[in-house]
Design a protein around this ligand. Structure first.
Ligand SMILES: *[C@@H]1O[C@H](CO)[C@@H](O)[C@H](O)[C@H]1NC(C)=O
Ligand SMILES: *[C@@H]1O[C@H](CO)[C@@H](O)[C@H](O)[C@H]1NC(C)=O
Length: 359
């Protein structure tokens, strides 16, 4: 099966599995990421990196929510496939009782490096997302631990953690020399090296905080995003960007193998971003909405009418995928994470022998 067929096949699985009812396949799901996963954490920040206005959310039941999409984003799709009744709430508005099922810390423009995205204004870097997770853990110790740590550790060990960072360390750092000096300090190889080193330390911190089941996505091939082609004044993919991303993803893959061997009980699944999609998505280089080239570069201009044939488009705005593409990508992450939920599915369906020996 080629990757195109594989994606179409997984799209079917996604559609079918969304009818599953009952308990989720894991008790909790925590989300660390950037705008591809953000579901409202930037709404109250002073930043260009927020999208809580139409036409964002045109296909979402609640309208514009801060999701960088016309509809559901990847985090929504993964949560749905895992069997959660609702999306995992953003840290910005999560209620105390809901933190048991997980929290979404993702933030548009955020990076592995603290300075990434700073020219756009406020954003919650991965370091800050991890600090927020520490605050949530203290609340869990109060809420489900009744003051003791052990039951909370046990709970946190069972959760799935998706971590998807790196895009803004390229788009809104290395490949924006107007605002950032990293490209004059490091070669793409050196930059990949220091990024992955920092990322490994951040993932190890999450391990210290009880995370065991990690799905880590590589950075996307942003050289093919319409906004990057516009920034470089070309209508073909920007090879220099994709080359740097390849350097990063290769080192990340190796680093995850290394972390898994060093951190007892941890499992790291690496998700390689796709290079393309099925021919059904035949508009690959144009965004569906009318986009800005200045404020909020590549984002939809507020209140403009978007394209009608959204199911044909890979890109919703000039950086972010349509809901149709998130369904494909989310299904791919879900399928790759099967080692994390297969065993818990079995646990929730006790075998007859187990029932008999209990009696
Ligand atoms: C690069 O920029 C950072 C701020 O982002 C600054 O702290 C540092 O001094 C700069 N380095 C050089 C060599 O210009
Ligand atoms: C994409 O395919 C649709 C039919 O599914 C067609 O109507 C449309 O013209 C195509 N667009 C492009 C840009 O090829």
């Amino acid at each position: 099966m080629g990757y195109v067929e594989a994606y179409v096949f997984m799209f079917f699985i996604a559609t079918l599995s969304s009818f599953t009812i009952g308990d989720p396949q894991v008790p909790c799901y925590f989300i660390f990421g950037d705008s591809l996963y953000d579901n409202g954490n930037n709404n109250d920040l002073v930043t260009e990196a927020k999208v809580n206005f139409p036409p964002y959310g045109v296909d979402f039941p609640d309208g514009p929510t801060g999701r960088f999409s016309n509809g559901r984003n990847i985090a929504d799709v993964i949560a749905e496939l895992l069997g959660f009744e609702n999306s995992i709430p953003p840290y910005a508005t999560v209620s105390r009782k809901d933190i048991v099922r997980g929290v979404n810390y993702a933030s548009g423009a955020a990076g592995i490096r603290d300075e990434s995205g700073q020219h756009m204004g406020g954003r919650i870097s991965l370091n800050q997302q991890i600090a927020r997770h520490a605050i949530i853990i203290l609340q869990l110790i109060d809420l489900i631990g009744k003051g003791s740590v052990a039951p909370v550790q046990e709970h946190l060990n069972k959760c799935i953690y998706t971590v998807a960072m790196g895009n803004n360390d390229f788009i809104n750092n290395y490949f924006f020399p107007q605002y950032y000096n990293t490209s004059s300090l490091y070669t793409p190889e050196e930059y990949a090296e220091i990024l992955v080193q920092q990322y490994s330390e951040q993932l190890s911190k999450l391990y210290e905080f009880g995370a065991r089941k990690f799905a880590v996505s590589g950075a996307g091939y942003a050289g093919c995003a319409p906004a990057m082609m516009a920034r470089y004044e070309t209508n073909v993919c920007v090879d220099a960007v994709n080359y740097a991303v390849v350097q990063f993803n290769a080192r990340l893959t190796a680093a995850l193998v290394d972390l898994e061997s060093k951190l007892p009980g941890a499992k790291f699944i690496y998700m390689e971003p796709p290079l393309g999609y099925s021919n059904d998505f035949n508009v690959t280089d144009q965004p569906c909405c009318k986009v800005s080239t200045t404020i909020g570069e590549g984002q939809c201009v507020p209140s403009q009418v978007p394209c009608n044939e959204r199911q044909n488009y890979v890109f919703w705005d000039a950086f972010h995928p349509t809901e149709s593409i998130s369904l494909v990508d989310g299904a791919a992450v879900y399928a790759a994470m099967s080692p994390f939920y297969a065993s818990s599915t079995k646990l929730s369906l006790p075998s007859e022998e187990l029932l008999i020996s209990d009696a």
